[in-house]
Design a binder for this molecule. Sequence first.
Ligand SMILES: NC(=O)c1ccc[n+]([C@@H]2O[C@H](COP(=O)([O-])OP(=O)(O)OC[C@H]3O[C@@H](n4cnc5c(N)ncnc54)[C@H](OP(=O)(O)O)[C@@H]3O)[C@@H](O)[C@H]2O)c1
Length: 257
Amino acid sequence: MGGGRLGSFLLRGLLRAGFSQGELMVCEKDPGRAEALSEQLGVRVVGRLDPLLEEAEVIFLAVKPGDLEGVLGEMEGKVRGKLVISCVAGATLRRLEGRLRGARVFRLMPNLACAVGEGVMAYTPAPGAGEEERERVRELLGRLGAPVEVPEERMNAITALSGSGPAYFSLVIEALAEGAEELGVPREEALRLASQTAKGTGRMLLELDLKPEELVRMVASPGGTTEAALRELEEGKVFEAFKRALKAACRRAGELG
Ligand SMILES: NC(=O)c1ccc[n+]([C@@H]2O[C@H](COP(=O)([O-])OP(=O)(O)OC[C@H]3O[C@@H](n4cnc5c(N)ncnc54)[C@H](OP(=O)(O)O)[C@@H]3O)[C@@H](O)[C@H]2O)c1
């Protein structure tokens, strides 16, 4: 439900994970987006919710927080036995369950890397969800990235960290690439090198059991190039700025709820 930025990336991820176009359907009211989804992804696109409610077993909610109330109103009384996975920032299980009686409800905070099977898929089952159901959802989300079951009280912080995270890392990559460009590296090459460096760093931290500060020490030799760069970042109070940014995003997630 909702074929915008997240909805379209979820669809790409599901197709990449082996779901057929015939197994997927999206409800999108913006005509331009609807046409693009149909042309680019070949999935069935509907403008009204009813066909989705009639035919879908699993419904991902991917509309903006401001549009949720209207959508819940349309879904009320029509979702008995369905699995509803809400990706809406700030929308609590209590609110969702209150309106979606008879549905099995999960709250999910994914990120756009789900399109390439590298999403962070942080989810919270509604109280009472059975082990079989949790395992089924975990398996489904595992096809889009790393599924992580979390207590609901952590969702706003996780929204700020991994939900919004691709924007922070893209900003860092853009800044590094722009800097390299000013040093004579062609833009496309600079972006590719910076993106590969980000990807490699993430994999080292995940696969080599290294702590970030250990990796910094391993790259930064005394009097070397990296140390010169880290001094600039320290003077720019970049570390603190990232922490403040995260807290601002978490506060906003709370306000949206
Ligand atoms: N983008 C991310 O990286 C990300 C990551 C994690 C979670 N989320 C969550 O995912 C949700 C969607 O975010 P988004 O960035 O994908 O927003 P978006 O790009 O605006 O996508 C939402 C889409 O749903 C459509 N829509 C709204 N109400 C509808 C209705 N009743 N029937 C059919 N279509 C409807 C909107 O159309 P109109 O534009 O015409 O209203 C829009 O195309 C948000 O709650 C957000 O918190 C997003």
